[in-house]
Ligand binder design. Structure first.
Ligand code: FES
Ligand code: FES
Length: 155
């Protein structure tokens, strides 16, 4: 399989990486760029564990070819915070017991961050709709929704 040199804006930094034409973004993030926050589970766009932002929109990194990110902006869970501080969602997820095993958490955080960026004060149905592509086997979702509401209140 041919290799391609690509440049993308990853977590606010310009990154150059060589990828196979058929390499998925989740694998490049984890295996080539050591960003292990993005999780791999189903590999089929069913669970949301691999969610990242591509030009500010949540996408499943297991379905996006790395070459598609050439010249585009990617944010992973590692890039959600600013200036070394946690994103408010990262604080409220921890404070509100929205994290159990944690496997879904990076994808949840990324989807929730995208929601709050476009809709700073979502009601519960909108939160649940925004997180509907992210599966959690542990929490029953209630504490996750509460954590998103608490982050929205922090502004
Ligand atoms: S690993 Fe990508 S959606 Fe499940
Ligand atoms: S906290 Fe375990 S899958 Fe969500």
């Amino acid at each position: 399989m041919s290799e391609h040199a690509i440049t993308l804006d990853l977590n606010q930094k310009s990154v150059h990486v060589t990828v196979a034409a058929d390499a998925f973004l989740v694998d490049v993030l984890r295996d080539k760029l050591a960003l292990m926050g993005t999780k791999y589970a189903c590999g089929m766009g069913e669970c949301g564990a691999c969610t990242v932002l591509l030009d500010d929109e949540p996408v499943f990194a297991c379905l996006v070819l790395a070459v598609e990110t050439e010249g585009r902006r990617v944010i992973t869970v590692e890039g959600l915070g600013a200036n070394g501080a946690l994103h408010p969602l990262q604080r409220t997820f921890a404070d509100r017991g929205a994290v159990q095993c944690g496997f879904c958490t990076p994808g949840m955080l990324v989807s929730a961050a995208a929601l709050l960026a476009r809709d700073p004060h979502p009601d519960e149905p909108r939160i649940r709709a925004a997180l509907s592509g992210n599966l959690c086997r542990c929490t029953g979702y209630t504490k996750i929704v509460e954590a998103v509401q608490a982050a929205a209140e922090l502004g």
